[in-house]
Design a binder for this molecule. Structure first.
Ligand code: GLY
Length: 276
């Protein structure tokens, strides 16, 4: 069984790991997009950095890592129905702006997730996925990381091509963690990619190499980039072996506090501050 880490420990561990790989740590950007009319709210680590991906603006360094505050409105219908979707979450991200590409991104993803010096998750519970005909990623997972071909899943555009409206986008390679049959739907064909909460996606390596003009027209970006999105609370959920995002340590600190606060009857005796 792997070691359990708190949300705050995982955030710091991840940022330290990518600093050790030459990344510049930046603070989270605001949840309110700046100069981007395509988004109401920041929905991913890459969103505030679109001009670095397109080459329009020079980044402070070609390798950057962040832990970005996110609200992903596209998932809103799933919230409360699954154990893995939340309104607000933090997204760990390591980014390459025309620097390293698939080989390094996949190797570092695996090292962080499985090395006992870092997160130390069990390799035999992890399954990578690739975009349909992305043979380059298949070779890396199979030849460099030594994952057997039958453990590498191929998915189409709906699952393994990352884009949100207009802007930088590309095929991706995700990593799923198997939480065990007790979290499954029990259907005979339940496997990686099933809609239930057994195989939970914890990491997304996006090979950001195209620009979508918002009308579905794709052009090559001037450089090949890496855009990683790894949900902090999802990683904490599997590290801590808890049932859902709402059971991780930092959320429990709040909900336990609320559960022990005065009941609504008691609250009625409180005088509300008058509005200004
Ligand atoms: N930008 C990659 C992700 O959010 O999954």
């Amino acid at each position: 069984m792997h070691k359990s880490y708190g949300v705050n420990e995982i955030r710091e561990m991840y940022l330290k790991f990518f600093e050790s790989k030459g990344h510049l740590r930046l603070p989270s950007f605001s949840l309110i997009p700046q100069n981007d009319a395509s988004l109401l709210l920041i929905n991913s680590g890459m969103a505030p950095m679109k001009p670095y991906f397109t080459g329009e603006t020079e980044p402070p360094r070609k390798r950057v890592c962040t832990c970005q505050k996110c609200i992903r409105t596209g998932d809103i219908e799933n919230i409360g129905k699954t154990e893995r979707h939340g309104t607000y979450f933090e997204m760990l991200g390591n980014f390459s702006f025309g620097d390293y590409f698939k080989k390094e991104a996949i190797a570092w993803c695996w090292e962080f997730l499985t090395s006992p010096e870092w997160l130390g998750l069990e390799a035999d519970r992890l399954y990578p996925s690739i975009y349909l005909d992305d043979e380059e990623s298949f070779e890396i997972w199979n030849q460099d990381i030594h994952i057997a071909p039958e453990r590498i899943f191929r998915f189409g555009k709906a699952d393994n091509f990352w884009e949100h409206g207009s802007g930088p986008c590309g095929p991706c390679s995700e990593v799923y963690y198997d939480r065990g049959p007790e979290y499954g739907c029990g259907k005979p064909d339940c496997t990686v990619g099933c809609d239930c909460d057994r195989y939970i996606e914890i990491w997304n390596n996006v090979f950001s190499q195209f620009n979508n003009d918002g009308q579905g027209n794709y052009t090559d970006l001037i450089q090949k980039n890496i855009d990683v999105g790894a949900g902090l609370e999802r990683i904490a959920c599997v590290s801590q072996n808890v049932d859902s995002l709402f059971d991780v340590d930092t959320v429990m600190n709040i909900t336990c506090l609320l559960n022990t606060s005065p009941s609504p009857r008691d609250l009625s005796t409180y005088s509300m501050p008058s509005s200004a």
